[in-house]
Design a protein around this ligand. Structure first.
Ligand SMILES: [Zn+2]
Length: 194
């Protein structure tokens, strides 16, 4: 059985037929509503809301008020890069609204973020399985470690600064991080002098 066409389906069809064109809402709404009327013998109710929603989920680019554009390349990028708000909700719930590294959550007043376990630049997909909940701090540490060369250099600079300022807490923090680089032999060509 063929799936019933929704106003959303018709909008997607219309925009896909006009890729990379700035479409003003008038002709879009006219075409879609005429098509809908032919199928259902009545006018659709929420054409406007459907267009706005397609923009919210990243399918349409809003050029300016009342003008939208569909760019297949941009959509592909969005699908690859971002978790949808629904996916984020599921991942946060699955992880018990806690950072998977330190176990802190809303009760401890920390901001939670959804992170790609396998990073996007290594082809990691935006799937529930590839998502994890991290607190803002651990997400920051992970992101910094990910850019290993820049990260290690940055922590060495920070370490030197902490030494100069005799900032014990910062020194301990940098030491921990830099020892992790050494332990896992990440960018061992960059030398850290203790
Ligand atoms: Zn954490």
């Amino acid at each position: 059985m063929k799936k019933k066409k929704t106003i959303r389906d018709l909008l997607i069809k219309y925009f896909k037929a006009h890729p990379k064109e700035d479409m003003s809402h008038g002709p879009v709404v006219d075409w879609v509503e005429a098509k809908y009327k032919r199928i259902y013998q009545k006018k659709p109710r929420d054409t406007w809301r459907s267009i706005r929603n397609l923009h919210e989920v990243g399918f349409l680019i809003k050029v300016k008020k009342g003008i939208y554009r569909y760019d297949p390349n941009a959509v592909k990028k969005i699908e690859l890069e971002n978790f949808t708000p629904e996916q984020k909700k599921i991942i946060l719930k699955r992880d018990g609204y806690k950072c998977v590294i330190c176990g802190r959550g809303k009760n401890e007043g920390v901001e939670l973020q959804v992170d790609h376990i396998k990073p996007k630049y290594l082809g990691g997909k935006s799937t529930i399985e590839n998502g994890q909940t991290l607190c803002a701090q651990h997400n920051f540490i992970k992101k910094t470690l990910k850019q290993t060369e820049t990260g290690k250099k940055m922590f060495i600079r920070l370490y030197e600064l902490a030494k100069k300022e005799k900032n014990e807490e910062l020194l301990r923090f940098c030491t921990d991080i830099l020892e992790m680089y050494e332990k896992h032999k990440i960018t061992s060509h960059i030398v850290w002098k203790k």
